[in-house]
Ligand binder design. Structure first.
Ligand code: 4AD
Ligand code: MG
Length: 468
């Protein structure tokens, strides 16, 4: 007898064939002579309807016969029977069960996922059970598909996946939002004569942190194998409780040698389009679910994103567009200040109506490593902004001139000595190179229409929340 996952039934078994499926009961509905059990195994959105009639043998795993009452929402089951066409019409096939076994019951008075709509807030408190719901099952499969397509995109283009370290000794973005890594006793740390904590006594004999980015490390590989990317978790102790920020999020960061800002923007655009296009084709049922239940018109919007070229404007032009918008913003747009979420939304949703690559930001609001323009005030930065969300990608051409980079670092008061290795990449065989970082969760929000970043990662970490 074939043991099948539900998503494979249609392709691998025919009506009249006997099969076994395993999964969790979503609902059970009884009429006088038969009952209908919806079994879901997470392999696809749809459940399989399992029909029990008077001939179906219902058993517990231990063989005892109180199984009938235990066969309820949430229970795990194994069902064997014959596939038949479903007269109901809602689904093409169903399983007429010869036997069904309750593997593990789920008491109705305590199982939290009863048959009704639960709010996303409620589900966040039971993050360990929410993958059993339609929405989180779909998010889980989409996240997996996107991650896989990300690798495919870069592997097809001859990039090497570099596993950059998670523990680091420097603040690679210079934004100061680092989580410290230490084995010192917080109650009683060793102190030097001036009273400061003596990190010389710590595990790494100097301060250490969780990485906010893998970029600086991956630059070393771009400057030796030309095309490299890192893809993994990154950490930011930003105390921003928004729907777009996590303290732990995944980022993919490609880095390419002999590549300037235009080449970088081309890569980013091609990348977003290919990944979106491929998940639209491969995850049809889940995408239709998001379109129906989460964001109306999602599929059509994404199709357009794949087909139309992104707009490209400079930061200076963006400010002009905002200033001539004929409306008031909470933060007045002026050259030199960072684009706020309201500005990004105006640009993408109203002024332009599709994704926009904004380049050449003022150096003061961007990281130290970005290549300086000859105007002395802007850098070769690029952010990719999308409607409904804002920034999904941040990147730049990197400063490849040793003197200029060192000067900028000193201007910013950085400890140049601890970046010596990074400067070596400019000292020996320096090359124009560029890269960007895509926030995986932001991208999943965009592709699914989900509105809160906490709902597109398995176990979100945000200020005050490290449960699970
Ligand atoms: O713009 P960011 O800070 O750029 C970097 O980290 C560069 N080192 C990337 C590079 O050039 N290699 O972050 C990149 C992206 C953002 O555009 C955003 O999508 C996401 O990472 N991101 C976050 N996502 C969730 N929660 C946060 N706290 C995030 N901070 C950034
Ligand atoms: Mg950014």
């Amino acid at each position: 007898m074939k043991e099948l996952r539900i998503r494979n039934i249609a392709g691998e078994a025919a009506v009249g064939e006997e099969i076994e499926v395993k999964g969790w009961v979503r609902t059970r509905r009884a009429t006088k002579h038969v009952s209908f059990v919806e079994v879901n195994d997470g392999s696809r959105l749809s459940s399989l309807q399992v029909v029990l009639d008077e001939n179906t043998e219902i058993r517990n795993a231990d063989g005892s016969d109180d199984a009938d009452s235990l066969l309820q929402t949430g229970a795990s089951v194994r069902a064997r029977g014959v596939l038949q066409e479903s007269p109901g019409g809602k689904q093409a096939i169903e399983l007429l069960a010869r036997s069904i076994r309750v593997v593990g019951p789920a008491p109705a008075d305590s199982y939290p996922l009863q048959k009704k709509r639960h709010s996303f807030e409620f589900l966040r408190d039971i993050a360990h059970l929410r993958p059993r719901t339609n929405t989180f099952g779909a998010v889980t499969r989409l996240r997996n598909a996107i991650s896989s397509e990300i690798h495919t995109f870069f592997q097809q283009r001859d990039f090497c996946w570099i596993h950059t370290p998670i523990i680091t000794g420097i603040d690679a973005e210079g934004a100061g939002n680092l989580f410290r890594v230490t084995t010192l006793d917080p109650e009683n740390p060793p102190r030097s004569e001036d009273g400061a904590v003596d990190y010389g006594e710590d595990f790494f004999e100097r301060p250490a942190y969780l990485a906010v980015t893998g970029q600086l490390n991956v630059e070393a590989f771009a400057c030796s194998i030309e095309r490299a990317y890192t893809f993994g978790p990154t950490f930011r102790a930003e105390n921003s409780n928004t729907t777009r920020h996590l303290a732990e999020f995944w980022m993919v960061e490609p880095e390419v040698a002999f590549c300037d800002l235009e080449c970088n923007a081309d890569l980013a655009e091609e990348f977003l389009k290919q990944v979106i296009g491929r998940v639209l084709d491969s995850r049809v049922e889940d995408m239709e679910f998001f379109d129906l239940r989460i964001q109306k018109g999602l599929i059509e919007t994404l199709r357009e994103v794949v087909e139309k070229p992104f707009e490209r404007i400079t930061y200076g032009r963006a400010i002009e567009l905002l200033q001539s918008a004929g409306r008031s913003f909470e933060y007045t747009p002026e050259f030199g200040s960072d684009l706020q979420s309201e500005h990004e939304r105006y640009l993408t949703e109203e002024a332009i109506g599709r994704p926009v690559v904004v380049t050449d930001y003022p150096k003061e609001i961007k990281a130290f490593y970005m290549k300086q323009n000859d105007d002395g005030r802007t850098v070769r930065a690029m952010d990719v902004l999308v409607p409904g969300l804002g920034e999904v990608i941040g990147g730049s051409e990197r400063e490849d001139d040793l003197e200029r980079l060192e000067r900028r670092m000193r201007e910013l008061g950085m400890d140049v000595e601890s970046y010596r290795w990074y400067l070596d990449l400019r000292r020996f065989g320096s090359v124009p190179h560029s890269g960007f970082g895509l926030g995986l969760e932001r991208f999943i929000m965009y592709a699914s229409g989900m509105q809160n970043i906490r709902d597109v990662i398995a176990f979100p970490r945000t200020p005050g929340n490290v449960k699970f």
